[in-house]
Design a protein around this ligand. Structure first.
Ligand code: C2E
Ligand code: MG
Ligand code: MG
Length: 515
């Protein structure tokens, strides 16, 4: 009896034990399950977070935290679609902003300061805009703003000017006072656009115009786009103009006003485009300069003109000392290769350096006067002559002028032009001539078109002249023919006329040759 009770108790205990073990197992399983569920939740949370961060990174600029170009593109695309559906009440406008001289800030104050400038500028933009406008950083120092719901272009332009003024306020950074400014192009978001890049391109074109014109803000027009495209085409075609034999040199005689003899020539570039015909230097030279194509072109000009002069010097003993003047673009002065090109051209032509003169315009020479002084010093050691061109138009600093090793000064033709028939308004001419003489420079007057201008210049003591009155610039074959036939380059009747012309004591005219 006892044993059966014991047996039953034992069985009960064993059952309870088994149940406890099972419960523990279930609890353990439940715990494990909860843990793994928690882990899974954490992982998906982290995943969501990193996906969000990744998305943010993909659409924002890491320095300023502003939307980047891709994000701005999405915003613009939506606006274009709305404008096609005529969904928005007002009109939207894009401002393309480029920080002026940002490279100089970066180069002179370092990239850390450059980064800080970008951050400050970004904050200033943000502070100025309304909540439904947007600003993005779309390139190194380029930003773009979209202004929504405006009544017209004038309003957008007004806001652009406010932004311009705000950015122009100086700020202090690393103990330096920093001045920045922005050039801004404004373009409307219109239904005719298909992509965001098209609007950005047009706003960029307007910005470019504002930059070139130094006018701060410009609004896009179709005409601007046409001019921009034309400029880009000219720039591209100029690169091949040498290979296509489309470039040539014309030569304009420089004459001694004292005796009518030929002193030398100014070499002037001409472009005869195969399809478009003659393109004026006033049109293509500024493009060649701004794009830098002028540098390889000048290498070619130096070779061509030195070789040409060497041949012409051999025509007659009277021509052995003829000089050729080549115009050098201001941009070229920062290229050390100019020295090599000059030496190479002289060597190939076996021409003495003193017969080559380089003309640099006054405005180009003064743009970075210290750099000009250095480069001209190097050129002088090669033995070439130097001339300051278009003098009177470039705001020379007198303190620099006497440090620049120019041999010759060319008076800009506007001063020759503006002198009256009887010598009225000749004071500036007289001042420039005296200044040149005091600085021991020879004087050449450009753009002499009439005999009265010639007489006045002679009376003021100007030694040399160049202008349509004596000869227009001529192609080399025409010039060569003239060299064989022409000995006296002033108008014939000048001989008598100038002999009796009133002088002001600065000059004697009695040395004219007799023919
Ligand atoms: P610049 O160096 O001052 O050249 C003189 C310009 O005045 C030339 O114009 C010439 O044709 C013009 N000219 C000469 N005499 C008279 C005159 O009596 N009346 C008038 N109205 N004009 C006269 P061009 O050939 O059209 O050249 C214009 C400018 O283009 C040049 O001014 C020069 O700055 C630039 N340029 C021309 N050829 C070259 C070149 O080979 N290299 C560079 N870098 N620039 C050049
Ligand atoms: Mg010149
Ligand atoms: Mg000139």
């Amino acid at each position: 009896m006892t044993s059966s009770i014991e047996q039953a108790e034992q069985a009960e205990r064993a059952k309870a034990e088994a149940e406890r073990e099972k419960r523990m197992e279930i609890e353990k399983y439940a715990e494990e399950l909860a843990l793994s569920l928690r882990k899974e939740e954490d992982t998906s949370k982290a995943l969501r977070k990193s996906r969000k961060a990744f998305q943010h990174q993909a659409l924002h600029d890491s320095l300023t935290n502003l939307p980047n170009r891709a994000y701005f593109g999405e915003i613009l695309k939506e606006l274009i679609d709305n404008s096609k559906k005529k969904k928005d009440a007002g009109q939207s406008f894009v401002l393309f902003l480029d920080i002026a001289r940002f490279k100089t800030i970066n180069d002179s104050l370092g990239h850390t300061v450059g980064d800080k400038v970008l951050m400050i500028v970004a904050k200033r933009f943000l502070r100025m805009l309304r909540s439904h406008d947007a600003v993005a950083r779309i390139g190194g120092d380029e930003f773009a703003i979209v202004l929504r719901d405006l009544p017209n272009l004038e309003k957008a332009e007004k806001i652009a000017w406010k932004v311009h003024q705000k950015i122009a306020q100086p700020f202090s950074l690393s103990k330096s006072k920093i001045y920045t400014s922005v050039n801004i192009g404004v373009a409307p978001v219109e239904a005719e656009y298909d992509t965001a890049e098209e609007i950005l391109r047009d706003a960029d074109i307007a910005m470019h115009f504002a930059k070139v014109q130094d006018c701060g803000v410009a609004c896009f027009t179709r005409e601007l786009r046409e001019r921009f495209v034309e400029k880009a085409v000219i720039e591209a075609e100029l690169r091949f103009a040498i290979e296509r034999n489309e470039l040539s040199m014309h030569y304009q005689p420089i004459i001694s006003l004292k005796d009518g003899t030929l002193i030398g020539f100014e070499a002037l570039l001409r472009w005869n485009h195969t399809e478009k015909g003659f393109i004026s230097p006033a049109r293509f030279i500024p493009i060649a300069e701004s794009s830098g194509v002028i540098v390889p072109i000048t290498t070619w000009i130096l070779k061509e003109t030195c070789a040409q002069l060497a041949r012409w010097q051999k025509i007659s003993p009277a021509y052995r000392e003829l000089i050729v003047s080549v115009n050098i673009s201001g941009k070229h002065l920062s290229f050390q290769s100019l020295l090599v090109d000059v030496e190479d051209a002289l060597e190939r032509a076996r021409l003495s350096p003193s017969f080559l003169k380089l003309e640099i315009t006054e405005s180009a020479a003064m743009e970075d006067a210290e750099q000009t002084i250095r480069m001209l010093g190097h050129l002088k050691t090669l033995g070439v002559q130097l001339s300051i061109d278009d003098f009177g138009t470039g705001y020379s600093s007198l303190s620099y002028l006497h440090r620049l090793p120019f041999d010759t000064l060319k008076i800009d033709r506007s001063f020759v032009n503006s002198v009256g028939e009887d010598g009225e308004d000749s004071e500036i001419l007289q001042t420039i001539i005296s200044l040149a003489k005091n600085l021991r420079m020879r004087v050449i007057a450009e753009g002499i078109e009439t005999e009265s201008q010639l007489n006045i210049l002679k009376n003021l003591g100007c030694e040399y002249g160049q202008g349509y009155l004596m000869s227009r610039p001529l192609a080399s074959d025409v010039m060569e023919e003239m060299l064989h036939t022409k000995k006296y380059w002033l108008p014939r009747e000048m001989t008598e006329e100038t002999r009796f012309a009133p002088t002001n004591g600065l000059k004697d005219n009695n040395n004219l040759p007799v023919f």
